[in-house]
Design a protein around this ligand. Sequence first.
Ligand SMILES: NC(=O)c1ccc[n+]([C@@H]2O[C@H](COP(=O)([O-])OP(=O)(O)OC[C@H]3O[C@@H](n4cnc5c(N)ncnc54)[C@H](O)[C@@H]3O)[C@@H](O)[C@H]2O)c1
Length: 325
Amino acid sequence: MEKIAIVGFGFMGRLHYGNWKRIPGARVVAICDANLAQFRDVSDGNIAGVDASTDFTGIDLYDDMGKMLAAGGFDVVDVTLPTPLHPEATVAALKAGCHVLCEKPMALDVASCDRMLAAAKRARRTLLVGHCLRFWPEYAALKKLIDSGKYGKVVAAEFSRVTPPPDGKGTHGWFFDEKKSGGCLLDLHIHDADMVRFLFGPPKGTDAVVHRRAGGLLDHAQVRYAYPDKVVTATASWAVSKTHGFEASFRVVLEDATVVFDAKRAAPFMVYPQKGKPYAPKVSARSAYEAEQRYFLDVVRGRAVKPILSARDARDAVALVKSLV
Ligand SMILES: NC(=O)c1ccc[n+]([C@@H]2O[C@H](COP(=O)([O-])OP(=O)(O)OC[C@H]3O[C@@H](n4cnc5c(N)ncnc54)[C@H](O)[C@@H]3O)[C@@H](O)[C@H]2O)c1
């Protein structure tokens, strides 16, 4: 049985909380949020499935992480704080002897990521960062398909991740401050940047054209990752209209098939072979976030799992995004 403490009970904290409740052998025993109103209110976000319950029977509630760590009684700290707080909270939890699952992006800069990696090594504890896309059924299936070689080499890949700007309501004001969120590249595009590394390895070079809204926040970008044998591009936006909504998609052109994912299409995930009929591959229905949290616990427990994600990958994703602008 792993006892879990969550720090930051906003949008992602609630999402993780709901998942921990479904995972055998995991029990949330403590939650910390500096804003006690978070234990009453449901925060905003763009993902379904957030736990809205406010029955915290058997869970110790805190408004200060230092007090929570001093009280102890848990093996895992799940860091779902705003990004600038990730390094400090992660290092403190590791020093307290806990394993840490930290939300993405790992940190705002590479030096902070390196501090987190060093703290995990010193403490001999597991540190992973929530790159949920590696567990997203369609992206995981794409990786398998590419690695199988069934449809030949990749010719081109384009990724898109766009959402209306965070509405600034509730706790979400910090997203508008690029010094705190990193803008749409570090906060949003990092998912696709990490996926590009996961699928194709580190690129030989990068470039990006970006738009900044009045006030300076980076809210739209077109990115190119240079590889000698394929064209890899991505779009990231916090500028699309509210009526457009969130959209994540990819189109990967292989020599012998084109693979498309777009959650808004009637058939979201399709393979279009050069020969034969298009088909919709079957994928797992499990939430990527839950799969990621299960994977983290498997690593903590020392189970022999196929390596999918490491803290070093998360650090390298931050480095890649920081190379763009
Ligand atoms: N993996 C994903 O798909 C995904 C999606 C959204 C957000 N995120 C990431 O998750 C993190 C959190 O984002 P969010 O949308 O949940 O933010 P949020 O603002 O909804 O939640 C953050 C919570 O932390 C609390 N908090 C702030 N300072 C604190 C402190 N010092 N001690 C304790 N609590 C404190 C706030 O009161 C708030 O409840 C960010 O790094 C974000 O980039 C990841």
